[in-house]
Design a protein around this ligand. Structure first.
Ligand SMILES: [Mg+2]
Length: 213
């Protein structure tokens, strides 16, 4: 059976808007000035580990808490804030009924990512998942897809769908998978990026394209 692998954050779930909601709650909780919301939101998108980001936020705003505590609170809260669209859920169910094995490959910590997979109702819609924090391998390392295929007892043959050219498309290509890049129609492709096969703006559209191939 062919395998379809999906990224989680920014692909199956709306990580960016959930992070904005979390930031709003955080600023209100600590009574921070209004401008803190933009500064914290921008920090959360940086390509640095969250441990480093939260240590800096705590120091910058002189909070009576540790970065590790705020990071733990973030991981506990985010699963309640992310959403998966009804259209994308229907599409995953259609893909499985069409005989596809459906998996999730995501970079992150196991508590946060599994929390999101369960809270959004994605768990029963997929055959399994691999999370970098528990596997010890991060996308774009193609071995993370080997781990997933072994867990799902299927060949590593099919598609990778994700919003990151650097992690999902590059890793998918390296694993020998075909790829769908999830991006807005007008998003530009940075020079030197890994080549994707198809570009779509949602998981539902990606699934339609995969089923049409
Ligand atoms: Mg992503």
């Amino acid at each position: 059976m062919p395998l379809a692998v999906f990224d989680l954050d920014g692909t199956l779930v709306d990580q960016a808007s959930a992070a904005r909601s979390w930031t709003g709650e955080f600023v209100a909780r600590w009574n921070l000035p209004a401008e803190a919301a933009d500064i914290v939101a921008a920090a959360l998108t940086e390509r640095v580990t969250k441990e480093v980001i939260f240590d800096r936020i705590v120091e910058e705003w002189s909070l009576p808490s540790s970065g590790a505590e705020v990071w733990a609170a973030y991981r506990a809260r985010m699963p309640q804030l992310v959403k998966c669209s009804p259209e994308d859920k229907v599409a995953l169910a259609e893909l499985r009924s069409a005989g596809w094995v459906v998996g999730i490959a995501t970079n992150g910590t196991a508590d946060n990512q599994v929390g999101k997979i369960r809270a959004t109702g994605l768990a029963p819609l997929v055959d399994g998942w691999v999370i970098s924090g528990e596997a010890g391998i991060r996308k774009p390392d193609p071995r993370i897809f080997d781990v997933l295929a072994q867990r799902l007892r299927c060949a590593l043959d099919g598609w990778m769908v994700g919003d990151s050219l650097e992690h999902d498309v590059k890793g998918g290509v390296a694993a020998g998978l075909q790829t769908v890049w999830i991006a807005d129609r007008n998003a530009s492709v940075p020079a030197g990026s890994a080549r994707f096969d198809i570009r779509r703006s949602s998981v539902a559209e990606a699934v339609a394209a995969i089923l049409a191939t």
